[in-house]
Design a protein around this ligand. Structure first.
Ligand SMILES: [Zn+2]
Length: 80
């Protein structure tokens, strides 16, 4: 699976050695964007995307909050 949403990647990219970062789409340990994502897992109102960094083998998950935005029909069309 590819990166679920690369568009929101922040430009704030100051990586200091020995300090973990918290940037979407980047390994928190080495800063690589070469993450291999697994299947998403739901947690209440969150989705977690587990990944393994292809550069340093760090394993972690990216977490996303889910928020209700409305109903659709079976074809995905908005009802209102
Ligand atoms: Zn890494």
């Amino acid at each position: 699976m590819s990166n679920p949403d690369k568009a929101q990647e922040t430009a704030d990219n100051d990586i200091i050695n020995d300090e973990l970062t918290n940037i979407q789409g980047e390994c928190p340990k080495c800063g690589s964007d070469n993450l291999e994502y697994g299947c998403s897992k739901p947690y209440d109102n969150q989705i977690a995307y587990p990944y393994t960094c292809a550069d340093c083998d760090f394993e972690g998950s990216e977490r996303y909050c889910l928020s209700f935005i409305g109903h659709t029909d079976a074809d995905g069309k908005d009802l209102v």
